[in-house]
Design a protein around this ligand. Sequence first.
Ligand code: NAP
Length: 540
Amino acid sequence: MSSDGVDLNGAEPSVHDVVVVGAGFAGMYMLHKLRGLGFDVAVVERASGVGGTWYWNRYPGARCDVESMQYSYSFDPELEQEWEWSERYSGQPEILRYANHVADRYDLRRDIRFETTVTQVDWDDADNQWRLQTDRGTYLARFMVMATGCLSTANVPHFDGAETFEGPTYHTGRWPHEGVDFSGLSVGVIGTGSSAIQAIPVIADECLELTVFQRTPNYSVPARNEPLDASDQADWKANYRERRARMLTQQAAMVQRLPDGEDLAKEASATEFDERMQERWDVGGFTFYRAYSDIGLDAESNGRVAEFVRGKIAGIVDDPETAAKLTPHNTIACKRPCLDTNYYETFNLSHVHLVDVSETPIDRISAAGVVVDGQEYPVDALVYATGFDAMTGTLLRMNVTGREGARLADHWDAGPRTYLGLGVAGFPNMFTVSGPGSPSVLTNMIPSIEQHVDWIARCLVDLRERGAATIEPEADAEAYWVDYVNAVANLTLFPTCNSWYLGANIPGKTRVFMPLPGFPPYVEICEDVASDNYRGFALA
Ligand code: NAP
């Protein structure tokens, strides 16, 4: 028997009202919220600590792209007031300290089973409950909440010979806790997404030689990180209620430093356009992409903004050949936009080299390095900044079966199908926090998580009051929602390039746009559905 009362041989299942999978920001708040409503909740978590994304992504330079004063819980004004952030954008260690502070403050750990990996999840039609098998025993619960994160299964592409490489390899999303010392080493980085764009300048500072293997160049805008001004922090704290309410009215659930432009980029004069974009480039952050109302909607307007960033790259990078390689030509912001600190500048350093693998992919990994087009680039250590099997990867790896043994993997064979990103037809009493079909990764994650957790909690209380044993999406409602998410995505430029939003980064994954653009209308729909007797859900 383990210290938390779970029989490690699986003989005595641990029985609860609700089992939550994951102890990141979603799982922690779900536990706190449901506990306060009188539910018996257990959380299972494969890591040895809380924090989810911020537990795993400890790579050099890891930092949140959402500003600190907004990337935090809003559910307790006392927590808001007592926590002090030190920078405009928090680094990973500070966010992890915050997650640990929350776990301590609300005494969450006593209901979290760490180092516990879910291996099989089955709905029991006879008993109306979920059975979760883990490597540390079995859990039974009427309700199950998947708080498993959107970017929690690392994508490690297959390269021939990878196992023969003699140096250490790392994935940004599974970084060693003890840290890595690159000093005196020749380091290779594969990938140029958000993680790499943050890590490359920091690794370059430390290592002897850095070789970056780039398949697709990326647009990046300066973050302009800086110590958080004490008066700014005080101002936020004095106005938190009003600011939090305003965040919820924004498409991405965050307020920007400059007001959103309401006019069209394609109609702006050259001077007006350049001045506005320059101002936002100087301010830094995602406000750049809110300069005009049509950047994500209209190809011509988008092209103007893309050209502005291409001009910046040409101005920053000294060597024209390297600048050309670093210059993207696809739609701007149809992949997740990147923010950086000295990313393009790093390629002016004489010990930093860029290898373009767009035309000639990496052939193989050898004992001593990376081979491209027959040429070996020797490296002592290799960093995979190759992203994640986003949004569905973690859920599908848990082998979930629903009514009559139907497999989630089969139900999602042609891409994820959900109703509101909260539930799946045929999988009763299973809730997904920031699931596919919800705004999730297109927003500031913490407000999105809070909105889902609050909705699920309200739903469980309503079911308890009505004496209902099960709730599940109706197949028609789910079909309608899948069409709706596609229709909204098709109004935007998002589907115009290969991104992980579409599953395009994983060989063989069905190409479907997974998140739903637009936070405020989504919140309204969720409220409306709940108030209208959970329209589209069947209650029994
Ligand atoms: P990513 O955006 O998916 O980038 C992966 C990179 O690896 C891409 O450049 C990709 O090239 C490359 N790659 C993948 N397979 C490859 C192969 N076989 N050969 C060569 N290159 C290959 O992953 P990420 O950078 O980890 O970011 C994922 C998401 O995490 C972000 O979009 C963001 O939502 C989140 N994130 C947030 C923050 C933050 O808030 N600060 C920081 C990091 C990450 P292609 O583009 O050609 O596929």
